[in-house]
Design a protein around this ligand. Sequence first.
Ligand SMILES: NC(=O)c1ccc[n+]([C@@H]2O[C@H](COP(=O)([O-])OP(=O)(O)OC[C@H]3O[C@@H](n4cnc5c(N)ncnc54)[C@H](OP(=O)(O)O)[C@@H]3O)[C@@H](O)[C@H]2O)c1
Length: 408
Amino acid sequence: MCCSSSRNRREKERGEQMALRLPTQLSTPRHLQHRPGLSWRRALSPDAFASSHSSPLAASFRNGKSRVQQAVTCTAQAPSAVNMAPGTPVRPTSILVVGATGTLGRQIVRRALDEGYDVRCLVRPRPAPADFLRDWGATVVNADLSKPESIPATLVGIHTVIDCATGRPEEPIKTVDWEGKVALIQCAKAMGIQKYVFFSIHNCDRHPEVPLMEIKYCTEKFLKDTGLNHITIRLCGFMQGLIGQYAVPILEENSVWGTDAPTRIAYMDTQDIARLTFIALRKENLNGKLLTFAGPRAWTTQEVIALCERLAGQDANVTTVPVSILRLTRQLTRLFEWTNDVADRLAFSEVLTSDTVFSVPMTETYDLLGVDSKDIVTLEMYLQDYFSNILKKLKDLKAQSKQSDIFF
Ligand SMILES: NC(=O)c1ccc[n+]([C@@H]2O[C@H](COP(=O)([O-])OP(=O)(O)OC[C@H]3O[C@@H](n4cnc5c(N)ncnc54)[C@H](OP(=O)(O)O)[C@@H]3O)[C@@H](O)[C@H]2O)c1
């Protein structure tokens, strides 16, 4: 007991020392400097920030009236940092899940615990603590990717980092998904983390006009350049996201937002993603590989809505937003700094117009992982399950409320 508390203290102190010794910042590697597609072109060194923030141009940006897109470089130097870990052996089962409270992150935690891993979760300090993660048997440590000094202590004693974090819609994309991730990867490298799993977006290399996709692509490259053992997994879309977007509003007879875009997405159940991720993690021959996970079939928005209508047994009240309106809104929001984050999110409208199919044939990946395609949940199965459960619950509630409607 006494030993373990002094060991914990020593580990914490070591983490704090690491924080002080981390390579302070990044500059642009030459081979990435002139990539024409990059939309972020400001060097991410503190000096670059300091100088741009203090320039009159930057000051006028902050006043927020009008905005000229300032160049930001979405590349950073792979840390030349030496591995500072003193060689203490860590258990291969010790993993850190970053973004553990998110849609995918929580399934990663669940799966890891079920498979016997020791799971530590990096969670932002919050008024309502993420108690469910502790209840499941994980350890929770507080840190914030936008506060790099909080990161190193979370990595002490960790073998594998599974990074499921992404900025919430109301937050600036760059702070978490670029600056935060670069800091996390640098710390992981410096502290001798032995494997890093990064979740990216399918086709991110083809859409430099979409800031999040550009950042994902740059992060993939950055991670690769560090030389860390890693796996990058590109994802298409999550079935879970469709519940709030379509299933619930249809049941509640509220409007659902549709588009007239022909884009198709091969949604996948995050439980399947978690299962496949751990299979991939254990295969040494997949080190450094880029995998893409896609669901069994690619769906348009209209098809998803039609499926929900059929399973709910009621028509949806669909408000169709033409893609041209989304694009125009994006252009308008680009004009002002204070709406710029909205514009970044709306940038996906560009992708929606491009008739993209977010899907890949999965046969080879299933073979590689030794997975049977029949074990992968289809959207019909997933939504059928959801609607039959929820409709049964609603029926039970109705029956109960009828029983209580008895007056004497
Ligand atoms: N959703 C999709 O359809 C989709 C498609 C393709 C790829 N992906 C990728 O899959 C991964 C998981 O996505 P998701 O939809 O599960 O994400 P999500 O539900 O939005 O969750 C994001 C997670 O990141 C955490 N986070 C945000 N900012 C943070 C910060 N500053 N410090 C520490 N943690 C922070 C959040 O914590 P809080 O709870 O504190 O906010 C949350 O746990 C991401 O890499 C995403 O880009 C998702």
